[in-house]
Design a protein around this ligand. Sequence first.
Ligand code: FES
Ligand SMILES: [Fe+2]
Length: 386
Amino acid sequence: MSVPPTYLDKVRRPIAEANGLPNAHYIDPAIFEQEREALMFRQWAGLGVAADVPEAGDAKPITFLGMPLLLVRGRDDVVRVFQNICRHRGMILVEEPRKIEGAIRCPYHSWCYGTDGRLVSTPHVGGPGRNTHDSIDRATLGLIEVRSHIWRDVVWINVSGDAAPFEEVMADVMTRWAEFEQPLYHGGSDSVLTLELKTNWKLAVENYCESYHLPWVHPGLNSYSRLEDHYNIEKPGRYSGQGTEVYRQVTNENGEPFPDFAGISAKWDTAAEYITVYPNVLFGVHRDHAFAIILLPDGPGRTVEHIHLYYAVPKSDSGLRQRNTQLWKTVFEEDIFVVEGMQRGRHATGFDGGRFSPAMDSPTHCFHDWVASQLQRHSTYAGAAE
Ligand code: FES
Ligand SMILES: [Fe+2]
């Protein structure tokens, strides 16, 4: 597309006049492709977490909007992201998460790569018994690395390679939560949840951003953290979400909570915040635990949510952890019927993108404004390139 559609201007109007994004942005494969480029590949987007590859040599293949990628923790303990393909004939290198013993060996003709991506052997490439050939310069045929950065254990990637530096793009949210800039300990296998949702990934973001639905969708949460205890969080162009002034810690049978993160200010005695860092990472922070949710879109109408919970200490009470995971599981599952219901609603031709509550929906409108601005920006680029 070279000219951005004019309805995007309507989406970007002040909230009292704006419409939401039209149906096509949730159900049309052609628009999904445009959004993949503009909203995911050109941004810093979440791919997975470093805890997915806890030990040196661990490798995990992840398909990111159709693109086969490989998350690897090298023998040097550095986590890298590569395109999961062999430089010879483009075969997929790693099919399942596993530990790499020795090298990453292509199953087709056995070209081998180090866990740092270097091409290290090319058997018989010069003919039987000859493992080199003058035209095959191994130094230039390593795995194709994708630009990546780790923050709050999330592995962020910039597929296009030309986004501004991570710390520059994320400066505001990093400052907002500077107090939590300390070691995070993944709770392990009892602290991971995966939800498969029949919805567009943006509806998962939009629902996460607002507290408006709490009284009806989360009656348990709402019993102690009421609508009026919440505040909106918005940083146009970067992130939005909501916070609560009332956070109640989970405790074990002896009444003991998880230990707190070190040295955080009194505000966090009772507060908690939930933010979507655009495009696809949903964070929660509390005095005693945090979580990260990575949304991996799989076509316009399907999204997989990978949820990871973190604590302030490496060895937390496992019973308490399981209890906390269960509490969050209940909350996240309560949201499924609305994100899936809104998705089905996007097939009603009479829907005009909807109207926002100027008081309650501004974090969602903030996200729509970002989506529209990036699509406008991307179409300007595409126009310039034509
Ligand atoms: S495709 Fe990998 S070695 Fe041939
Ligand atoms: Fe919710």
